[in-house]
Design a protein around this ligand. Structure first.
Ligand SMILES: *Cc1c(COP(=O)(O)O)cnc(C)c1O
Length: 804
């Protein structure tokens, strides 16, 4: 390894050790490790080809990957050899790992799921490709100034990306706009030829995705947009230097930035361009590969499964129909059979504002042939529905791919549904709601299409890599098999009555809390006690995730401690991290409130040592890896019915944090696995939320019954937390009082009481650690290996090869 790293430093980076910077060493080390992976990669790719195996294609507009060096070292078993080799050269591996920028090509849970799934597909030796966009700028960098969020561009490619391989020869042309010409063919058939007005090239960049023990390596292929003509020389020579580049800049904007919003309607043409761009390039690639190997496109469903990660790639259904019918000469019915057999679709949300729909005029202008195809799909779909006796206009309009009620729009969810053979939700509760609400009517006419696939997380990153100390304890208590079989964690449970193991677990946690306390001190100039309870809420900032409920509880606790300073309080550190969408004003105000409350609480001598609040800026995968192993309590407090699954909840419970949460998303299944005694569940259920909303959103009754909440809202309204701007939180408080869609007031007292139950458990140290051990031990189900094995057998129809 030492020789390999030195050779890379010399011949690939072009430096000698005396002058090499930490970044030079990072690049040299990465290239040396990459060589080992490339060998496995080629073997895997060749073996898939030779066996003629079916391939899975995971289409996702987001891959929230994070750093790769630590991951690659762990998967290949090279961590210690490389650490030693570098030490011999006077270089610290940990420092190099910190230099790598996070690949933040996603907003949150959906993108992180895609990254975990890629890792598990490689681990299970499923032949798979991920397809997405190589954004020049990923999710924005969050800077907190005076408590407010500011967004700065993120520049992960600034120093190059040593993991990727550019493939200039893999280059497809993607069209936009223009006209559809119809010509009469000899046999009276009408042929449609799309003549796009402009084209852009999609260039491939490949990153190897290594599975556990590097048994198998798959490919993540990301597309970058290139204008066919780099420059208009005539304009340039006439002195118009900017104009000469204008067309190129406009076309290449497609892969410039990740769409910044998490859950708002994508109102921008650029977003639709991004979607079609990566779908078209990916399908061209898939079809080229299939034809080259198998020739006949009729065999496509036997060799190809395409998973749509949410509706962002759903235009692929119309695109495959266009390719088969217009370009390959298939009849409509046969093409439709192939298409529905190939595609499947994962639904990630029921929030109405996040259900994608595109204005028909925009579609007609940008993708005229696709719009025609969607109309035809819709006509045949509605014919089928009518032929089964459905004539109710309201139901027919609900089933239609075209929404006529908000101007005319294409419903991408309905398109994805009718074009797929399986549709899955991401937790048992969510899949049930998908079936009973969003796709209730579609489910009646296409029964047995909706299935559940509860999300999972890869234990390699979220346990072995993030928490080596706990991993070592698990190996010592359960044996080496825990490293290969997530369900072997179950054996850890017997250790809960072993005081020695409990003490070791506590010591491992404490060491991680000391590390996190250092990060908090460095980034926030705030000193926290590693022996306090670390209470963690880390996720996107969103009203439905209810960071506000958590902050109101902090204020109530703060008041209670000041009223009774000598009470038997459990010292707590409240830790927040998360980004708000740049245009989401209410979420940004909640960040400001967390910081305003932190400022007041952290410097108040009356509560010193008992309560601290820390908002860590710029939440990303790397920060999550630092926070999660240090968490005692995991906040999963969304309004019931609104969080589809959550995966942060799984990462935290796996690392032994106890959950305080609502009966929402995968919390329900976490409760089923760990048992009622080892989780703190509170609040309204989905049905109770619905019923409460039907009564209206004014919370006067609830607030009247809660002097504590009244006091908290009074404090907000009187400007206690915003002395320079007393009106700042008046709107926030007013919403809780009178338009409380998210049920903050309705759940407040139950939440406060449950937090006191958490305090009581914390005081009983043995009981706390017993619960903590049970949480880790029973998380096997939440491995993404389990989730992927279910997709493979129930949706993709690909075998999971036995481990060898
Ligand atoms: C896991 C993860 C998420 C998803 O968190 P939830 O709590 O499920 O919303 C978002 N961002 C990052 C960086 C993550 O690692």
């Amino acid at each position: 390894m030492r020789a390999a790293i030195l050779a890379k430093l010399t011949y690939a980076v072009g430096k000698n050790p005396e002058v090499a910077s930490q970044r030079d060493w990072f690049i040299a080390t990465t290239l040396a490790v990459r060589d080992r992976i490339v060998e496995r990669w080629m073997t895997s790719t060749r073996a898939t080809y030779e066996a003629g195996r079916k391939r899975v294609y995971y289409l996702s507009l987001e891959f929230l990957i994070g750093r790769l060096l630590g991951d690659a070292l762990m998967e290949t078993g090279l961590t210690e050899p490389v650490r030693a080799a570098l030490a011999g050269l006077g270089v610290d591996l940990e420092k190099l790992r910190q230099i790598e920028p996070d690949a933040a090509l996603g907003n949150g849970g959906l993108g992180r799921l895609a990254a975990c799934f890629m890792e598990s597909m490689a681990t299970l030796q499923i032949a798979a490709y991920g397809y997405g966009i190589r954004y020049d700028h990923g999710l924005f960098r969050q800077v907190i100034k005076d408590g407010w969020q500011h967004e700065y561009p993120e520049n992960w490619l600034a120093f190059g990306n040593p993991w990727e391989f550019e493939r200039p020869e893999v280059d497809y042309s993607v069209g936009f706009g223009g006209q559809v010409e119809t010509i009469e063919a000899e046999d009276d058939e009408v042929k449609h030829i799309w003549k796009p007005e402009e084209t852009v090239d999609a260039v491939a960049f490949d990153t190897p995705v290594t599975g556990w023990r590097a048994r198998h390596v798959n490919t993540l292929r990301l597309w970058s947009a290139r204008a066919p003509d780099a420059i208009r020389l005539d304009a340039f020579n006439q002195g118009d230097h900017v104009g000469a580049l204008a067309a190129r800049v406009r076309l290449e904007a497609i892969s410039k930035v990740l769409y910044p919003s998490d859950a708002t309607p994508a109102g921008l043409e650029l977003r639709l361009r991004q979607e079609y761009f990566f779908v078209s390039a990916s399908l061209q690639d898939i079809i080229r590969r299939h034809k080259q190997q198998h020739g006949d496109l009729r065999a496509l469903p036997e060799k190809v499964a395409i998973q749509l990660n949410d509706t962002h790639p759903a235009i692929a259904i119309a695109e495959l129909m266009r390719v088969l019918v217009d370009l390959e000469g298939f009849g409509w019915d046969e093409a439709w059979e192939i298409t529905t057999a190939v595609f499947s679709y994962t639904n990630h949300t029921l929030l109405p504002e996040a259900l994608e729909s595109w204005p028909v005029p925009l579609m007609e202008r940008l993708l005229p042939r696709h719009m025609q195809i969607i109309y035809l799909i819709n006509a045949l779909h509605l014919d089928l529905v009518r032929s089964r006796g459905e004539h109710d206009g309201r139901i027919l309009s609900d089933l239609s791919l075209i929404d006529e009620s908000h101007g005319r729009r294409v419903r991408m969810g309905n398109l994805a549904f009718v074009g797929s053979h399986k549709i899955n939700g991401v937790s048992a509760l969510h899949s049930d709601l998908v079936k009973r609400t969003l796709f209730h009517e579609l489910d009646r006419f296409y029964p047995n299409r909706i299935v559940n696939k509860t999300n999972g997380i890869t234990f390699r990153r979220w346990l072995y890599e993030a928490n080596p100390g706990l991993t070592a304890l698990l190996v010592d208590t359960c044996g080496d098999k825990v490293m290969d079989d997530p369900f072997a964690l179950a054996d850890f449970e017997t250790a809960k009555d072993d005081a020695g193991v409990r003490d070791r677990f506590a010591a491992i946690r404490r060491a991680k809390k000391v590390e996190l306390a250092k990060i908090i001190r460095e980034r926030l100039e705030c000193k926290v006690d590693p022996d306090a309870l670390f209470d963690v809420q880390i996720k996107r900032i969103h009203e439905y995730k209810r960071q506000l409920l958590n902050i109101l509880e902090i204020i109530a606790l703060y008041d209670a401690i000041r009223a009774n300073p000598t009470g038997n309080w459990v010292p707590r550190v409240k830790i927040f991290a998360g980004k708000a969408a740049a245009s989401y004003q209410q979420a940004k105000l909640i960040i400001k409130l967390a910081n305003d409350v932190a400022r007041l609480v952290n410097r108040d001598p009356a509560v010193r040592g008992l309560l601290k609040v820390a908002f860590l800026p710029n939440y990303n995968v790397s920060l999550a890896e630092a926070i999660i192993p240090a968490a005692d309590l995991s906040e999963q407090i969304s309004t019931a019915g609104m969080e589809a699954s959550g995966t942060g909840n799984m990462k935290l419970a796996l690392n032994g944090a106890l959950t305080i949460g609502t009966l929402d998303g995968a919390n329900v299944e976490i409760k089923d696995h760990v048992g009622d005694d080892n989780i703190f569940i509170f609040g309204l259920t989905t049905e109770e939320v619905d019923a409460r909303r039907r009564k209206g959103l004014d919370m006067a009754d609830e607030i009247g019954r809660s002097p504590m909440l009244e006091e908290v809202l009074d404090a907000l309204e009187s400007g206690v937390f915003s002395p320079g701007d007393p009106a700042r939180y008046a709107g926030l408080a007013d919403a809780v009082r009178h338009h409380d869609y998210f049920m903050v007031a309705a759940d407040f007292d139950a939440y406060y009481a449950k937090q006191r139950a958490v305090d009581a458990r914390w005081r009983d140290r043995a009981a706390w650690w017993r619960s903590s051990i049970v949480n880790t031990a029973r998380m096997g189900f939440f491995s993404s290996d389990r989730a992927i094995a279910e997709y493979a057998s129930d949706i993709w129809d690909v075998p999971v090869p036995p481990v060898k």
